[in-house]
Design a protein around this ligand. Structure first.
Ligand code: HEM
Length: 121
């Protein structure tokens, strides 16, 4: 189970890199169109999936997590994914919205800060 947790954490970290790195790359290029935005969208989707899987495995191992922290992270991750999905939907219609892309990137950084700075137990 240890190896599964380690692999999931690795994918979780790559998902975080896709959100934050994808956002920085888009903003550096001044892009509001759809190109490159799917990296952020898929990163946000994977964070929810891998995060919930990590919670499930930890709980099944009787390894208690900080539930307040998990709840806050899930809320922030859902808002991040919603912003990325809306930005992509608008870009597909030809009306790019850089504010929505910024929300997704900043919420990704916020969740990274919560993961790193909030005590686990
Ligand atoms: C934008 C979304 C997210 C970002 C950027 C993010 C970021 C991170 C990072 C950087 C870590 C590693 C921290 C460390 O090992 O010290 C981490 C760990 C973790 N995250 Fe997330 N996360 C996100 C969403 C979620 C969600 C939605 C959940 C669950 C509902 C979740 C649950 C966890 C758990 C349980 C760990 C600990 C893994 C372990 O040490 O075994 N995360 N997250």
């Amino acid at each position: 189970m240890e190896i599964l947790i380690n692999v999931l954490v690795l994918v979780h970290l790559i998902g975080m890199a896709c959100i934050v790195g994808g956002w920085i790359a888009l903003r550096a290029r001044g892009v509001e169109s759809g190109r490159g935005l799917s990296v952020v969208v898929w990163g946000a989707r994977f964070q929810i999936l891998t995060g919930l899987a990590l919670v499930g495995i930890h709980e099944s191992q009787n390894d208690p997590l900080n539930h307040a922290k998990v709840g806050v992270k899930l809320t922030v991750a859902l808002a991040c994914a919603a912003a990325a999905e809306m930005a992509a939907a608008k870009a597909r219609k030809g009306s790019g919205d850089s504010n929505l892309i910024d929300y997704a990137g900043v919420l990704g950084i916020l969740n990274t800060a919560i993961a790193a700075l909030w005590e686990t137990s």
